[in-house]
Write a protein that binds this ligand. Structure first.
Ligand code: ZN
Length: 319
């Protein structure tokens, strides 16, 4: 703990999980005091992270540690990135050492979904709960589990693969090799695919007009649903039911206190959250459902960077 005369330390969190690098200067209490964003230099990640860390240290001289959220499997014991389908250049044994050398800071690497979960748990929608399941639904679907304040990694580090829960044994093939995974229905690209597949049945939807001009996105579908388009509403509602089916499995397995739903697809708000909750309620064991709080994430695009910074804060070896 800092003495009364000494201001508390700050932390830097960096998110390299998307096309944009997002960095945040985070105060000891989790407040973001400064942000930086730049196009991610995919083959130059260590140098870019060190550069943005240096910029943020010009803002605060009190930075104590750096946390980095990475789209891949990270061994927290050895600080090595073991697998990363989305960012292969970070799979190298000396990433952690290079970041330490370049910044002079203590460095913590963590999986992006785990980092986001820790952020929501510490200062976001899961704040105040002991046990929490975090789901992110965007271009892919991820999840992370926090039990008694710690990220639960599983035996070999893969715990929380919510997107690969089977919801249709005869469904489409998934990138993981299984068929009918939730991700093949409810990720943003698959919402668009399913919408395209059904559009010919309903030529009156505003999405038909939209799709004549350009390819529409999941965000467009959500916007049209908000504007009252029945077909877009139906697609969001059905997507929510698929997600709720998988949420029911989580509730039955864990009797969990809080489920936080994040990622771009959840920007549809109550239009998607309501069918998720309804379907989860219909398909799960009632006493478990009644004690589970299902809420949307509150940290938005800051979740990974804030969570990585707070993991760095809380990973300090005891003095
Ligand atoms: Zn799968």
């Amino acid at each position: 703990m800092s003495s009364p005369t000494q201001p508390a330390a700050d932390y830097i969190g960096v998110d390299v999980s998307g096309v944009t690098l997002r960095a945040a200067l985070v105060a000891h209490d989790g407040r973001v005091t400064e942000r930086r964003e730049a196009a991610l230099e995919r083959d130059n990640v260590a140098v870019q992270v060190a550069r943005v860390a240096a910029e943020l240290r010009d803002v605060s001289p009190r930075v104590a540690a750096l946390g980095v959220g990475i789209p891949g499997l990270v061994n927290r014991e050895t600080d090595c990135v073991i697998v990363s389908a989305d960012l292969p250049s970070v799979v190298r044994s000396d990433l952690h050492a290079e970041l330490r050398r370049a910044t002079g800071l203590r460095v913590e690497l963590e999986n992006d979904a785990n980092a986001a979960a820790y952020g929501e748990y510490s200062v976001g929608a899961g704040c105040g709960s002991r046990n929490m399941f975090y789901v992110t639904i965007g271009s892919g679907i991820g999840g992370a589990l926090i039990l008694d304040g710690r990220v639960w990694l599983g035996t070999s580090g893969f715990a929380g693969e919510f997107g690969h829960i089977t919801i249709d044994p005869e469904g489409n093939e998934c990138s993981c090799g299984n068929t009918g995974c939730l991700e093949t229905y409810a990720s943003a690209p698959n919402i668009v695919r399913r919408t395209h597949d059904r559009l010919f049945r309903d030529g009156t939807s505003s999405l038909s007009r939209l799709s004549m001009n350009r390819d529409f996105t999941a965000a467009d579908i959500a916007r049209e649903a908000r504007n009252g388009d029945d077909f877009a509403l139906l697609m969001i509602e059905r997507t929510g039911r698929f997600i709720g089916t998988a949420v029911a499995a989580v509730i039955n397995l864990l009797n969990i206190e809080c489920i936080v739903m994040g990622g771009g697809v959840m920007e549809a708000g109550d239009l998607i959250l309501d069918p998720i909750i309804r379907e989860a309620g219909r398909r799960s064991f009632q006493p478990s459902f009644e004690s589970a709080k299902i809420v949307t994430a509150t940290l938005g695009g800051d979740a990974v960077s804030v969570g990585a910074a707070l993991l760095a804060r809380d990973s300090a070896a005891p003095a």
